[in-house]
Design a protein around this ligand. Structure first.
Ligand code: FES
Length: 143
């Protein structure tokens, strides 16, 4: 893992975007074709966390939301422009934590079913991603 800082974004030849967060390495599929995301308590209650999966060589972003102890999974792609919902790691929820909110144009999605309730893609849904908890780990199945 790389730390921040380093050559510090000074002048001359460094990566001008070095201050931006890096995508993590994609998580591999297990022998059953599923992805073990994290321990179940690694997504805090009323919080959200993003993951990048290796889906047969294609990077696939997903977001897991813990709503009152219930877990909901979605493909991390806004139906407005099919770009990631978040700009910063794990920042998927509105300031009040009540809905998923796209960082680009502010579309708001119900956590429970992914329906867009306000914004440019109102009436459309996020693609849900099935999750199970197995051996106290969150496991993502196919969408
Ligand atoms: S890309 Fe999400 S609201 Fe426009």
């Amino acid at each position: 893992m790389t730390g921040g800082g380093g050559d510090g974004g000074g002048q001359g030849g460094g990566d001008p975007f070095a201050f931006l967060p890096r995508d993590p390495s994609p998580l591999p599929q297990n022998s059953e074709g599923h992805w073990e995301l994290c321990p179940v308590d690694a997504v805090p209650e009323d919080g959200a966390r993003g993951f990048v999966l290796d889906d047969a060589g294609v990077r696939l972003g997903v977001v897991v939301v813990n709503r009152g102890g219930r877990l909901f999974g979605y493909v991390n792609s806004c139906p407005h422009l099919n770009i990631p919902l978040n700009l910063w790691p794990d920042k998927f929820l509105s300031p009040d934590g009540q809905v998923l909110q796209c960082a680009t144009h502010g579309a708001r999605f119900r956590i429970e079913d992914g329906l867009c309730i306000a914004g440019p893609c109102e009436g459309r849904f996020l693609t849900s991603f099935r999750l199970v908890v197995k051996n106290r780990k969150i496991v993502a199945l196919e969408p």
